[in-house]
Design a protein around this ligand. Structure first.
Ligand SMILES: Nc1ncnc2c1ncn2[C@@H]1O[C@H](COP(=O)(O)OP(=O)(O)OP(=O)(O)O)[C@@H](O)[C@H]1O
Length: 262
């Protein structure tokens, strides 16, 4: 289960927001000396619980790095990260692996399904590996939410790209993770299938209370989110609530070649 830290809402008038994850003064650099790249430069951000957040920004702005650090897939140079109430910076490998397995779900651009297993077996595979029994009612709700009830016996090759990604979404949801991270989850889909998958992600937030963080370049995809965090040059430079594709496009056009917002 998700345990939320209650923290003062930023910029609010004393209201409180449940936070599913938090980064504080996060710095990530690669290499050293003249070849040092500062991928994240003092990034502080709260991932709000039950909210669909998109991370956008020019190529090289640090989107994937931020997502990987928040998900405990990458180490940080300095700064702190919490998932729920657990500080993950400084956790030993074994504990971090367990936390990732139990609390975090992933959806990647590639669907990463096992070809010899059917849809249902793919959905429950991570839990089977972890030796956890899926909660039947929850699993049924997840499968209904992503519209896969009549496809459970199909193997990946018998499913369209959009359906395969829906299996990946259901797989991520099945273990009731605190957060699902998506790295361009619709990047391999045509616009119709992409819209369908985004619709299911949206439903999982609205109907199941899931927290989602998605990296995307696509303003139309980002418009499905509740909130967009804009990165440029390794810093958070802007934020948008209740985005529309047009408003996002306008904002993206505002980035100059240096990654700054003009
Ligand atoms: N393993 C690495 N070694 C060296 N530099 C890296 C490494 N990973 C990322 N970088 C650099 O860190 C910066 C941020 O990269 P990141 O992949 O987070 O950006 P991004 O916004 O996700 O880019 P894109 O939209 O092109 O995927 C870039 O300058 C990149 O070249």
């Amino acid at each position: 289960m998700t345990t939320a830290v209650e923290v003062p809402a930023t910029g609010g008038s004393g209201g409180r927001t449940a936070v599913a994850a938090r980064a504080e003064a996060l710095v990530k650099s690669y290499g050293s000396g003249e070849t040092r790249v500062l991928a994240l430069d003092e990034v502080s951000v709260d991932v709000e619980q039950g909210v669909f957040t998109a991370i956008m920004g020019p190529s090289g702005s640090g989107k994937s790095t931020l997502m990987h650090c928040l998900a405990g897939l990458d180490t940080v140079t300095s700064g702190r990260i919490w998932v729920g109430e657990t500080e993950i910076t400084g956790l030993k490998d074994k504990k971090l692996t367990r936390l990732r397995r139990d609390r975090i779900g992933f959806i990647f651009q590639a669907f990463n399904l096992l070809p010899t297993l059917n849809a249902l077996e793919n959905i429950t595979l991570p839990m089977d590996i972890a030796g956890r029994k899926p909660e039947k009612e929850w699993l049924e709700r997840v499968i209904a939410t992503v519209g896969l009830a009549d496809r459970l016996k199909h193997r990946p090759a018998q499913l369209s790209g959009g359906q395969q990604q829906r299996v990946a979404v259901a797989r991520a949801l099945a273990a009731r993770p605190a957060i699902i991270f998506g790295d361009e989850p619709t990047g391999n889909l045509d616009s119709r299938a992409g819209a369908e998958v985004l619709g299911f992600l949206r439903r999982s937030v609205d109907d199941l209370g899931q927290t989602i963080v998605m990296v995307t370049h696509d303003p139309v995809a980002a418009a499905h989110a509740d909130r967009i965090v804009f990165l440029a040059d390794g810093r958070i430079v802007d934020e948008m609530r209740k985005p529309t594709a047009d408003a996002v496009l306008d904002r993206m056009r505002g980035f100059d070649g240096q990654g700054r917002v003009s």
